[in-house]
Ligand binder design. Sequence first.
Ligand SMILES: CC(C)(COP(=O)(O)OP(=O)(O)OC[C@H]1O[C@@H](n2cnc3c(N)ncnc32)[C@H](O)[C@@H]1OP(=O)(O)O)[C@@H](O)C(=O)NCCC(=O)NCCS
Length: 221
Amino acid sequence: MFAQMKDDIRAVFERDPAARSVLEVVMTYSGLHAIWGHRIAHKLWKAKWYTLARVVSQVTRFFTGIEIHPGARIGRGLFIDHGMGVVIGETCEIGDNVTIYQGVTLGGTGKEKGKRHPTIGNDVIIATGAKVLGSFKIGDNSKIGAGAVVLQEVPPNSTVVGIKARIVIQDGKRVKHDLDHVNMPDPVADSIRLMQKEIDQLRKELELLREDKKNHGHSTD
Ligand SMILES: CC(C)(COP(=O)(O)OP(=O)(O)OC[C@H]1O[C@@H](n2cnc3c(N)ncnc32)[C@H](O)[C@@H]1OP(=O)(O)O)[C@@H](O)C(=O)NCCC(=O)NCCS
């Protein structure tokens, strides 16, 4: 247990440049308190003390503003920065070294049963206000931009932004989504242009044939 708590404190120092002393971090980081509260709640949940687990979870929420369902499975080194308004659903699974900012929801769409919350890979960053909704995976090393609404799987090493979220960076390369609204493609005009070209060509050939026959004394009419 103490090794895990040390890991949690280490994660704060690694990812928050504002962290000054261990005492300050232990006393004032509500993300840490929420994770420690969750560990107790999760143990009770696994021991089938469901109501007591929910009570511990809600008491922790009262003090931290962070609601983690006791059924959620959380790996090592989770860092919840600021934390207020974070909601983590029952069937959510979180890998190692994940960073979550305030206002993030890892929730369900309301349409699925059973496993209905996301699975977050290792070393993922979920920026402030992002909503990840549904039972799909966020790949390792991915970043979810502030305010994004993610409704489908995100491959590893990707950055996704916007509503609904789209990939803007994958494996270190920018992904373009440009659409030229002025010069839109027009397949009908393209076909007409092609037909006109062929007609012109046929006219030319017919003209040559007529000339040829006239020169040799034959009529093409
Ligand atoms: C997504 C994020 C983590 C950066 O990831 P990154 O992989 O370094 O991506 P970049 O900053 O290079 O941005 C890539 C593109 O996405 C755009 N973008 C970045 N974040 C965005 C967002 N939240 N919403 C919309 N577009 C966004 C950038 O403008 C850029 O677009 P461009 O290629 O047209 O210039 C970061 O932008 C973010 O959201 N940080 C917020 C962290 C946070 O929550 N802080 C709160 C502390 S209290």
